[in-house]
Design a protein around this ligand. Sequence first.
Ligand code: CA
Length: 234
Amino acid sequence: MAEGRVLLVEDEPGLQLTLSDRLAAEGYEVETAGDGELGLARALTGAFDLVVLDVMLPKRDGFDVCRTLRQRGISTPILMLTARGQVVDRVVGLKLGADDYLVKPFEAMELLARIEALLRRAGHGVAPPAGTPGATRFEFDDVTVDTRKAEVVKGGVPVELSAKEFHLLRYFLEHRGATLSRDELLQEVWGYEHTPSTRTVDVHVAWLRQKLEASPKTPQLILTVHGLGYKFVG
Ligand code: CA
């Protein structure tokens, strides 16, 4: 029984070979694509549990592939590989719907840990989080959230959230009224302890506010607790 089906979109033959061998050794079923066009076509089949997507690719870059997948409703977790470590690139990628980042060069162990964490977050082969017995429907303000269907509706209109925004919202909903530090959110929602920056959390909170708050600049749902983190009070 495979650990999961992974699509690896990477154009450097050496890296493609090393990574696919390593993933296969860990029990993943791996398919590779050497350019953005092919990667997109394969990912659009929805046949994968996870996509590892290089940013710099021939024919179509990783950002473009990621955006197109999300626009076409493919919610498969995406781990982007980038040689460019600047925050602005991370923010662009996350905004386009990527779930996580890894900056080249990286250790194979690090990639495996991120993949495992993403698959765990996506609920691949694991039980629902503890402390949430049967709670799949939440309501606040004029918003309803169905965590089982991964649907968010505000004022009768569906709201599009990236996988990561959705996980963050779910964590807030499961911890209503509690002050949550950025570190806790990173650990619980992003699934690993060391991330480029806690600013990732701030960026996602800003996007959630933009999508859910009546007035994003004066939030009433996700409050900033100065010096501590955030609190969901919806
Ligand atoms: Ca490349």
